[in-house]
Write a protein that binds this ligand. Structure first.
Ligand SMILES: *[C@@H]1O[C@H](CO)[C@@H](O)[C@H](O)[C@H]1NC(C)=O
Ligand SMILES: *[C@@H]1O[C@H](CO)[C@@H](O)[C@H](O)[C@H]1NC(C)=O
Length: 193
């Protein structure tokens, strides 16, 4: 083989490698990240916009999912508080709504604390802090399940059904966030590409 052949082969290999790197699109990144979650369609829909920044970094995926969960929980919490002030629920459901408002406050605190840790993680602090994050996100999910468990809708009241639906939706994104945080806890902080 001449030197030119060797050089050509080298360039060709380089181009092939480059091509396969570029071929990994945002869609691939988000599908890949969401593969560990239970509600994958929701995961892909809610996290697609982070694909090109998060790529294959488990820290950034965990952070994005907790951030999305925090805003959904905040939105739901505002709605529940408004509903509570209207004072239109009766009996068991009125108590359930009031408990729910407390649960959501606790869930938001947990998610907020988690996000702060995820934003400031370093290789040195990782082992000492990641356990708190999994505990807090899992606590947020428990809070939401507790909220749901309080309602009784045998009479199919529209307002109760709406709250159940809204909170159930928040549990989906929270469950997904927990999966991404658990994934981060097992992979650790991998080197960024
Ligand atoms: C916010 O909550 C309302 C219900 O109050 C719901 O209709 C809406 O879809 C929620 N928005 C987001 C981004 O979750
Ligand atoms: C819950 O999510 C479903 C599917 O994304 C959506 O159609 C529905 O409007 C949501 N419910 C509430 C109350 O936000």
């Amino acid at each position: 083989m001449s030197l030119v052949d060797v050089l050509l082969m080298f360039v060709f290999t380089l181009l092939l490698t480059l091509h396969s790197c570029l071929a990994e699109t945002g869609g691939d990144y988000v599908r890949d990240a969401c593969s560990v979650t239970k509600y994958q369609d929701i995961c892909i829909r809610s996290l697609a916009s982070f694909a090109n920044t998060a790529r294959q970094d488990p820290v950034l995926w965990a952070r994005a999912s907790v951030s999305v969960t925090l805003s959904e929980a905040t939105n739901a919490s505002q709605y529940l508080t408004k509903l509570g002030k209207r004072n239109s629920m009766r009996g068991r459901n009125r108590i359930a709504l009031s408990d729910c408002i407390d649960c959501f406050q606790d869930a938001r605190d947990n998610l907020h604390d988690s996000l702060n840790v995820l934003r400031s993680l370093t290789r040195e602090t990782f082992d000492g802090k990641i356990g708190d994050v999994t505990t807090w996100v899992s606590g947020a999910l428990t809070d939401q399940d507790t909220c749901l468990g309080g309602f009784d809708n045998v009479h199919n009241i529209r307002q109760v059904a709406l709250v159940q639906n809204l909170v159930t939706n928040v549990t989906y994104v929270t469950s997904n966030a927990l999966a991404l945080v658990n994934k981060l806890a097992t992979t650790g902080m991998v080197l960024r590409a």
